[in-house]
Write a new protein. Structure first.
Lengths: 290, 401, 324
């Protein structure tokens, strides 16, 4: 029983990682209706920027917010400079551009910072909360941060005019233009927000998995699955999906199928869910009219 | 016909054996009066890209040798390609090096699957596949594959040493094993199981594997802890080793821990994990760790640091891989020096198989390089050492040959 | 198929046949790989370009084909040429079976499902219960075939590489002809109809489910045949050779080559085989960054792929000639 609890809690901790990246994926999807495969690498790159700042002597929170700001700008620039020219190309061409971004960011980061792992500081205390042995303070803190970000984003999209404009621009760009929304800038804003969310994810993940250029590689698949399981257009669903995937993977690996096949089985289960509930658990069901 | 040939053959061999002819220069493709052209394949990208630094250190070392006059007056030029740890790419790059770039030999290709992919090709083409960067046992097979030679102590031997140590010091231990689910991890596991012999089944209470693409090994560590084991064999690469050490401590699990040599580094593993969390970890080693108090101020590491600062300033001074590259490059230079003016591939293999008690400064004291026609394993001696929080403390004797 | 097109193809074919006698063995080996990738890309293009079903996991079918060939050759002593149709048949079946449940998934969801397939296959290959057949992490070594003695007797001795090139070329021509025939006919039109507007297609009487699953199967078959040929060319299969990056490379290949284009498969294959090497020559420090830049450049300049760009270029030329 204790073992099960331990695995579930460890799963929540890992799930927190997936949840935060899934959140960034959903952000980008909400703004652009595209899944950005380079999201993980952008987050990783932002984390390295933060690392450089901290290494240069800057206090943690200063570096944190500076990095979030930098990532926002970086996301906007990428949208304006790299993605804008291929806006009207077929979807797969845009996917290839994302893949190119992924590859470029990974390669450049490895070149600048080398591939040896680095430690990334955590703002949370070293000692585990209440001396518990299941989750470190950082893991609990990271989950809390993800939830805070989620609430901020929810509030932004739901209650601010800018958030509404962004949603409109993504859902129906033509109508959006007709009512005066600057669709191009909405897209850029969406990218900026997603990049900023991703950087928070990266900075929360790095203390757990250690910082190296390949840090996000394995996470992306799970984040993708999490985002879809929770509903690709629902940020809260993405976070839920992340936790679900984390716990599922751990429990399967420990008690059901063993570590060697847990990846395959976890994914089969997720796909099974999607065949039964094609919009994920909390996604909006799209009815297509002929 | 035959009768006439014999006297002629006798005359010829007498002539060839004369000293004047021995000093004659003999070259295979890639060698000349001015240069020795080497081929090299490393994973500069992909999942094993952390090892790409070895290739850069080696290149830097050859630059140093060249500036100091080269080997027997010849400049060493190394052509290095990236295979991304993908065997089909390794095959393509090996063929490019041998057939297009026309190198003399291929040096330090990295990884078991990449090397397995070109194993037969290199031996069919009779091109030396020298000092490969992997600890698999199969590179020591002079009869079957006379053109392939390993360098570092092989994984199975290392694992057997740990097994024997456990049998000696803790015969009733309950052992948990974490291993990377690939050739390197499974090789270690096999050696370990063989080392425990009949007791393996009862002593090993849990084995957990992980993939190189897994973000963390937390779940596996929880599984191992839940098995109630009191001894832990940690077969992981640096990133996962650090995670495992930290998770064990966080979960309040304090087993006797054996860490594979691949990750037994202070700067890139124990420090990130936490030096205080790594106390008591046992490993074997044959190289000097540049962060180890004992070697830091010694001439060997000081020379190495000077070399890195001059020829590879971007290189990480806390990464043992860079000491590895420095040491293996010197081994090759030694073998090439012994070749003299006979730079045929056959002679290179012969000289590589004639390294007698070669000592390189950055090898641990007592560890020497020895090869022979039936022994294609240059380094077979290692020493057990235990981490005390700041440094590795060696104990026992240097084992092996 | 007008006369000009046929003439063009004949010239290309002649050049292809002359190739192994003019270039080194190493280059012949590289071009053999180009042909292998061309078949694989044609397979993916049939599914994604012509039928609109995205697949991020085609590397898995390539792997299955490769392992079929390797296991048959290594464990059962089957001659190399006999393994090709078996690999194709196995992948046809597996692809069809995968396509059935995948029917319910569209767009992103199908992408995830195929991504999952591509990611988990290496783990399956390493699974210790299957180790006896797959060789586990150690992989399987495969022997390179010799050219049939017939050629030597005819006074035209072929080296192993040259023979393998011609063998692969023959299979490539066969597969391309097969593909062309399929896409030209009713099924091809049904596939395109589903891609463009699947509701209308269903309304028009196309059996969406059947066509889609069949397309998956056929697409897998092509890629599986390519995998088998690849295994014989490289002479080694191991789980590490078939990771998710291979699937992504295939996707990149068809987009760069040209979606919904048969010749695009060839351009894409040339790109994925040679451009990484070129990138490596340009920058030793960050070659994949250069490769990424190439990708972006290609997509900017030729959003419809190389085939699309050539098509437009030819159309422009024709118009110029008509209106001087």
């Amino acid at each position: 029983m204790d073992a099960l609890l331990h695995q579930v809690l460890a799963g929540l901790a890992t799930g927190g990682i997936y949840a935060s990246v899934a959140l960034a994926l959903v952000m980008i999807y909400q703004a652009t209706h595209l899944v950005n495969f380079a999201q993980g690498e952008m987050a990783m790159f932002s984390t390295y920027i933060a690392w450089s700042l901290v290494n240069a002597g800057m206090p943690y929170w200063a570096a944190f917010f500076l990095t979030v700001g930098f990532s926002f700008v970086f996301g906007v620039l990428i949208e304006r400079i790299v993605i804008r020219p291929v806006e009207n190309s077929p979807v797969l061409a845009v996917v290839v551009v994302f893949i190119a971004l992924l590859v470029i960011l990974n390669s450049v980061t490895g070149w600048i910072y080398t591939y040896t792992i680095k430690t990334f500081p955590s703002p949370f205390p070293e000692q585990p909360l209440f001396g518990n042995k299941y989750m470190s303070s950082h893991e609990i803190g990271a989950i809390c941060v993800t939830l805070v970000v989620l609430m901020l984003l929810y509030a932004f999209f739901r209650f601010t005019p800018l958030g509404l404009a962004m949603r409109a621009a993504a859902q129906n760009p033509e109508s959006g233009r007709l009512v005066g929304i600057r669709v191009g800038w909405m897209l850029a804003l969406g990218w900026g927000l997603a990049a900023a969310t991703g950087s928070v994810a990266g900075m929360m993940v790095a203390p757990i998995v250690f910082l190296d250029p390949n840090m996000m590689g394995g996470v992306l698949l799970y984040a993708f699955a999490a985002a879809l399981v929770g509903g690709i257009d629902n940020p809260a669903g993405a976070v839920f999906g992340g936790f679900l995937v984390g716990v599922l993977e751990n429990v399967l690996g420990a008690f059901v199928i063993g570590n060697e096949l847990k990846l395959a089985v976890a994914l089969v289960l997720i796909i099974g869910v999607l065949t039964v509930k094609p919009s994920g658990f909390f996604g909006k069901v799209h009815v297509t009219r002929v | 016909m035959k009768l006439k040939l014999i006297p002629i053959a006798a005359l010829l061999s007498a002539a060839l054996a004369s000293p004047a002819v021995l000093a004659q220069k003999k070259y295979d493709q890639g060698a000349s009066d001015k240069e020795i052209l080497l081929g090299h394949i490393n994973p500069y990208s992909g999942p094993a890209s952390a090892y790409g630094t070895i290739g850069r250190t080696i290149a830097a070392y050859f630059k140093k040798v060249n500036e100091e006059g080269g080997v027997n007056g010849r400049q060493i030029n190394m052509v290095s390609y990236d295979d991304g740890y993908s065997p089909p790419k390794t095959v393509e790059m090996a063929r490019k090096l041998v057939e297009q770039d026309k190198v003399l030999l291929i040096f330090q290709s990295l990884g078991t699957p990449p090397n397995s992919a070109i194993h037969k090709y290199m031996n069919a083409k009779k091109v030396p596949q020298l000092f490969v960067a992997t600890g698999a046992t199969k590179w020591n097979d002079p009869k079957g594959f006379p053109w392939t030679m390993g360098w570092q102590p092989n994984y199975q031997t290392e694992a057997r040493i740990y097994a024997q140590h456990i049998l000696k010091t803790k015969p009733n231990a309950k052992i948990a094993v974490l291993y990377q689910n690939d050739d390197y991890g499974k090789d270690y596991l096999k050696g370990f199981q063989d080392g425990l012999g009949a007791k393996a089944k009862t002593m090993i209470v849990k084995e957990a594997s992980y993939e190189v693409t897994d973000p963390t090994v937390d779940s596996q560590m929880v599984q191992l802890q839940s098995s109630g084991a009191d001894t832990f064999f940690n077969i992981t690469t640096p990133k996962f080793a650090a995670q495992a050490i930290r998770k064990a401590w966080d979960s309040g699990w304090k087993p006797v821990q054996y860490l594979n040599n691949v990750s037994a580094q202070i700067g890139s593993v124990l420090k990130p994990a936490g030096l205080d969390k790594s106390v008591g970890i046992i490993t074997t080693q044959y190289l000097m760790d540049p962060d180890d108090k004992e070697w830091k101020d010694g001439k060997a590491i000081k020379d190495w640091v000077a070399f890195m600062q001059k020829y590879y300033p971007d290189g990480n001074l806390h990464d043992v891989s860079n000491v590895y590259g420095y040491t293996v490059a010197q081994t090759l230079v030694q073998a090439l020096k012994q070749c003299g003016n006979d730079l045929t591939r056959a002679n290179i293999m012969k000289q590589a198989a004639s390294l007698k008690n070669v000592q390189i400064a950055t090898l641990l004291p007592g560890v020497k390089i020895n090869t022979s026609a039936s022994d294609f394993a240059p380094i077979e001696s290692v020493q057990l050492q235990r981490f005390d929080g700041t440094t590795w403390v060696r104990f026992g004797e240097v084992m092996g040959k | 198929m007008n006369a000009r097109n046929l003439a063009g193809m004949a010239i290309v074919l002649a050049l292809a046949c002359a190739l192994p006698f003019v270039v080194s063995e190493y280059r012949t080996f590289q071009f053999t790989l180009v042909l292998v990738y061309a078949i694989a890309l044609l397979g993916l293009n049939i599914l994604t370009g012509f039928n609109g079903q995205i697949s991020l996991g085609h590397g898995a079918f390539y792997a299955i084909g490769a392992y079929c060939a390797a296991i048959l050759m290594d464990k059962y002593g089957v001659p190399y040429w006999a393994t090709i149709p078996v690999a194709g048949a196995v992948c046809l079946l597996v692809g069809f079976l995968f396509g059935l449940p995948a029917l319910r998934l569209e767009g992103l969801y199908l992408a995830l499902a195929t991504f999952a397939l591509g990611v988990s296959l290496p783990q399956l290959l390493k699974y210790h219960h299957l180790e006896e057949w797959t060789g586990g992490v150690q992989g399987i070594n495969v022997l390179k075939p010799d050219a049939p003695a017939l050629f030597a007797e005819l006074g035209l001795p072929l080296s192993q590489d040259q023979w393998l090139y011609f063998f692969t070329l023959g299979i490539t021509l066969l597969m391309f002809a097969l593909g062309w025939n399929l896409l030209r006919g009713r099924i091809g039109r049904a596939m395109a109809a589903i891609r463009d507007n699947h509701i209308a297609a269903e309304a028009m009487g196309v059996n969406n489910a059947m066509v889609k699953s069949l397309t998956f199967g056929v697409s897998a078959m092509f890629t599986g045949v390519a995998g088998a040929l690849g295994a014989v060319a490289v002479q080694f299969v191991a789980p590490d050779s078939f990771n998710i990056f291979l699937s992504i490379t295939f996707l990149v290949g068809i987009v760069i080559g040209g979606l919904a284009s048969i010749s695009g498969a060839l351009y894409g294959a040339l790109f994925i085989q040679f451009v990484p090497n070129v990138a490596d020559e340009i920058s030793k420090a960050a070659p994949w960054a250069i490769f990424g830049l190439f990708l972006i450049a290609f997509v900017y300049v030729m959003p419809a792929g190389v085939a699309g760009a050539i098509h437009m270029g030819m159309a422009r030329l024709r118009r110029k000639r008509q209106n001087p």
